[in-house]
Design a protein. Structure first.
Length: 133
């Protein structure tokens, strides 16, 4: 990253400044988005493990406990736990996708700004050369 920014500064100070702003914005987006993704991922993980534990509990109950257990009740508990896990998964995936969209927008804007700036720089270089002839 430092070499890229240094290379842009060697080519043109404006391009170097644009690259520096892009890198700073990239790291800011990363810092903000990662916190949200980690939180949502932890909730998703806990919900997934809860479903796994409920399934194992239903499958591995001892025979003496099975005789007192109500299958209908266990299915309701499992379905509720699965719904919670499903919602947690959706939330975690949405947070991840929002982060990807932010990075895509940031990269798209960088390309547009760099190309626009390069066109202006080239225009300024060509304009004096045309006046000389």
């Amino acid at each position: 990253t430092v070499i890229m920014i240094g290379g842009f500064f060697m080519i043109n100070k404006i391009l170097g400044l644009i690259a520096l702003i892009y890198c700073i914005s990239h790291f800011v987006i990363l810092k903000i988005s990662i916190k949200e993704c980690v939180e949502k991922s932890m909730i998703n993980s806990e919900a997934f493990h809860s479903v796994t534990a409920k399934i194992l509990d239903i499958i591995c109950n001892i025979n003496s406990v099975k005789s007192f257990a109500r299958l209908k009740h266990e299915r309701v508990v499992l379905a509720t736990t699965q719904n919670v896990a499903r919602e947690a998964t959706k939330t975690a995936l949405l947070a991840s996708e929002r982060m990807k969209i932010k990075f895509s927008i940031n990269s798209f804007l960088l390309a547009g700004v760099v190309f626009f700036t390069a066109q202006i720089i080239l225009y300024k270089m060509v304009l004096p050369a045309q006046n000389v002839q």
